[in-house]
Design a protein around this ligand. Structure first.
Ligand code: FES
Ligand code: FES
Length: 170
């Protein structure tokens, strides 16, 4: 089977159909940008984008995603290879310590910004409200990033970085 990852086609040959997308990335293709934390859908370290939407790659079977556009942290840079505004904001705000959760945080936050642009509510968004990126409160950011845990506790800086990127895109 083949997977399209960060704009490139990868041939995986014969693949055990039980292989998760996360293990296909890391173990079969050696693409170590996506991290394995819990392997149970609890920590968000393995978050990638599939056709622009965030998923936990440890909970997805690779065979389900043949033909999909998969984006890992390595594919988040701007077209000219420079860091995205979100990646710049993470660096400016020191939004990590060990960095193990960071790939997942960046993929998740990239999707968060797109979800708000599409007008998708979180559980905190008032019924009928049309939230814009400039109105994104810290509580909204915390709720929308709640699937991504950080063992180092860099949450305050992660929220600040996401807020800066949201304001820059608004
Ligand atoms: S490794 Fe996938 S959610 Fe933790
Ligand atoms: S920076 Fe260490 S787990 Fe988040």
């Amino acid at each position: 089977m083949k997977l399209q990852i960060d704009g490139q086609d990868h041939d995986l040959g014969d693949l055990d159909p039980r292989t998760t997308l996360l293990d296909a990335l890391r173990e079969r293709l050696g693409l170590m940008g996506t991290k394995k934390g819990c392997d149970h859908g609890q920590c968000g370290a393995c978050t990638v984008l599939v056709n622009g939407r965030r998923i936990n790659s440890c909970l997805a079977l690779a065979v389900m995603h043949e033909g999909d556009a998969i984006t890992t942290v390595a594919g988040l840079e701007a077209d000219d290879g420079t860091p995205s505004a979100l990646q710049e904001a993470f660096m400016e705000h020191d939004a990590f310590q060990c960095g193990y959760c960071t790939a997942g945080q960046l993929c998740s936050a990239t999707s968060l910004l797109r979800e708000v642009k599409r007008g998708e509510p979180s559980v905190l968004t008032p019924m009928g409200a049309e939230l814009s990126l400039s109105e994104l409160s810290d509580d909204e950011i915390r709720e929308r990033m709640s699937g991504n845990l950080c063992r180092c506790g860099a949450y305050a800086n992660i929220v600040a970085a996401v807020r800066q990127a949201a304001e820059a895109e608004s």
